[in-house]
Design a protein around this ligand. Structure first.
Ligand SMILES: *[C@@H]1O[C@H](CO)[C@@H](O)[C@H](O)[C@H]1NC(C)=O
Length: 206
C-alpha cells in the first residue's frame, strides 16, 4: 500500500498525524454547488463542509490513499449525487438505489452486510432479487446515514473493483479512471464524467 499522501491538514485530521485530509475546499472544487444546500433539497443535501470529514474518514477506512484513486471516487460521487444534494436515486427514482455514488440495491445490501453495526439489520436478507420496494428502501435507509453514505464509493472501489483497478489508478489517473468506471458499469468517456474528473484533478493538484 502507498504511504498517505500529505497535501493538506485540517482540523478534523489534527489527531491523525500525517493523515491525508479531504478539505471542504476540495469538495467545493469538485462539486461547486455544495457550497450550500438549497432549502428545497433538505434533508438529503450535504454541504462541502459537512461532507468533507465523512469522505476523509471513508478513504482511511478503506485504505484509499492514492490521490488518483481519491480523485476518481470523488468525481464519481459528485456526479452521481448531484453534487451531494441527493442520497437516493431521483431520476427515475429506482427503489433501493442510492448513497453518494448512487450504487444499486444489490451493492447497498452487500455494503450493509460489510458494516458491523448494520449487519444484524440485514442478516435475514440474502438477495435483493424479488424483494418489494419497501424492503429495498429499508436497506437503503440504513446506508444513507452520513457515517455510511459517503463511504460506499471507497468501499465499492476497494471491495468490488479490487487490485487491478487500484493499481491502474496508482499508475495513471486517466487509464485508472477508465478502469474504475468500467468496473462501476458506466461510460468513462462521458462528457459530464470527464468534466467532474477534470475538477477532481484540480482539487488534488494532478
Ligand atoms: C428482515 O428483518 C427486518 C426487521 O429487522 C424486516 O423489517 C424485514 O422485512 C426482513 N426482511 C426479510 C427479507 O425478511
Amino acid at each position: 500500500m502507498q504511504l498517505p499522501y500529505i497535501a493538506a491538514l485540517c482540523l478534523t485530521c489534527a489527531s491523525m498525524a500525517s493523515a491525508f485530509c479531504v478539505t471542504p475546499e476540495m469538495v467545493e472544487t469538485i462539486a461547486p454547488k455544495s457550497k450550500e444546500c438549497p432549502q428545497n433539497m433538505l434533508p438529503e443535501c450535504r454541504t462541502a463542509a459537512e461532507a468533507a470529514p465523512y469522505i476523509t474518514r471513508a478513504f482511511h477506512r478503506y485504505g484509499i490513499y492514492s490521490p488518483n484513486a481519491m480523485a476518481s471516487v470523488m468525481s464519481l460521487m459528485a456526479l452521481e449525487s448531484g453534487e451531494f444534494q441527493y442520497k437516493r436515486n431521483a431520476f427515475p427514482g429506482r427503489p433501493g438505489q442510492g448513497t453518494a455514488n448512487m450504487q444499486m440495491a444489490e451493492f447497498n445490501l452487500k455494503y450493509a452486510k460489510s458494516i458491523e453495526k448494520l449487519e444484524p439489520h440485514v442478516a435475514n436478507v440474502t438477495t435483493v432479487d424479488g424483494q418489494p420496494d419497501a424492503e429495498l428502501n429499508r436497506i437503503l435507509d440504513l446506508v444513507v446515514a452520513d457515517d455510511y453514505n459517503f463511504g460506499s464509493g471507497a468501499w465499492f472501489l476497494r471491495s468490488q473493483c479490487g487490485e487491478g483497478v487500484l493499481s491502474a489508478l496508482n499508475q495513471d489517473v486517466d487509464t485508472g479512471f477508465a478502469a474504475h468506471m468500467d468496473c462501476v458499469g458506466v461510460e468513462a468517456g462521458n462528457e459530464e464524467r470527464q468534466a467532474y474528473l477534470t475538477l477532481a484533478k484540480q482539487a488534488f493538484d494532478l
